[in-house]
Design a protein around this ligand. Structure first.
Ligand SMILES: Nc1ncnc2c1ncn2[C@@H]1O[C@H](COP(=O)(O)OP(=O)(O)OP(=O)(O)O)[C@@H](O)[C@H]1O
Ligand SMILES: [Mg+2]
Length: 269
């Protein structure tokens, strides 16, 4: 394939969650530190919530990555909706339970009773809004025994306040809310991603006005920003190949950002 200045930047913004790609943004790092402290407290559950694309899965993955070095952690990326499967998979991963037989809560609690108090395993559940209230109730019963600790993420939408749901409300936990980025934070996010991958020329093209526009279009949402930047660098790749005279290397063209926004559905054409 022909060399393009924009291929690598484009790849950087593929919407994937990998703790190795974690970017330090002050407010997020601050929350991450709080999260790490909360996890070590004698709390039963810690809740991470926020709108889609604000980085909940990313923080949970990072927590998994960092904690695994020192203690037993099990992360459930895709919710295990079936209640029997849930307990069995947990027991298989935490206690070496071998059988494929479903496990009752009573049997499961027999396993947890053997957990040593100074070494409580941590279970990370992504997308907890997808668990049924009966399963959440079981999770609560398990955490009440203080033999397992749960960190869960909840996807917050505008029209439905999941936290208000009864089974999330009455639990003893600490909650941390993730937000969309401010322009300053989005600038750091984009620049750090590019600089980490040595894309200095492209990083230099992005000025504050560009950032303002990108923030306005994406509302500072990390996922929307990924999509927009991916599409934008794809566009630049095309121009570089087909019409290189059109590219200005001292800034991102407003028109191209808007074209990318139309392409990703952020602007309706
Ligand atoms: N601190 C960060 N460092 C690097 N990338 C990040 C960071 N925060 C978010 N992202 C990126 O933003 C995208 C969206 O984040 P993530 O998938 O974690 O959101 P989410 O809150 O879990 O969304 P949903 O509610 O839809 O599951 C991911 O592709 C991730 O790579
Ligand atoms: Mg997620």
């Amino acid at each position: 394939m022909e060399y393009s200045l924009f291929s690598k930047p484009k790849e950087l913004f593929i919407d994937l969650v990998n703790p190795r790609d974690y970017v330090q943004i002050d407010s997020v790092s601050h929350m991450y530190q709080n999260l790490k402290v909360s996890v070590q407290k004698p709390l039963k559950m810690v809740l991470l919530y926020g709108k889609p694309g604000t980085g909940k899965s990313m923080l949970l993955q990072k927590l998994n990555h960092d904690l695994s070095k020192h203690q037993k952690v099990f992360m459930v990326n895709i919710p295990i909706i079936d209640e029997d499967d849930f307990l069995r998979v947990l027991a298989q991963n935490l206690f070496g339970y071998q059988s494929e037989e479903p496990l009752t809560l009573t049997r499961f609690l027999e396993y947890t009773a053997l957990v040593e108090h100074d070494n409580i395993p941590i279970v990370l559940l992504d997308e907890a809004q997808l668990y049924s209230s009966t399963l959440m109730e079981k999770i609560r019963l398990i955490s009440d025994t203080r033999t397992l600790k749960f960190v869960i993420t909840l996807h917050k939408t505008d029209d439905e306040d999941v936290i208000a749901k009864e089974h999330f409300q009455t639990r003893i936990w600490e909650s941390i809310e993730l937000q969309n980025a401010t322009p300053e934070e989005l600038k750091i996010y984009i620049q750090k991603k590019l600089l980490k991958a040595n894309c200095f020329d492209v990083a230099n093209m992005i000025n504050d006005k560009n950032i303002q526009l990108i923030t306005k279009l994406t509302r500072g949402n990390y996922r929307e920003t990924n999509k927009l930047m991916f599409s934008l660098f794809g566009l630049y790749e095309w121009f570089e190949k087909n019409s290189p005279g059109k590219i200005k290397y001292n800034e991102l063209r407003k028109k191209y950002i808007e074209m990318a926004a139309i392409h990703t559905g952020l602007i309706r054409a």
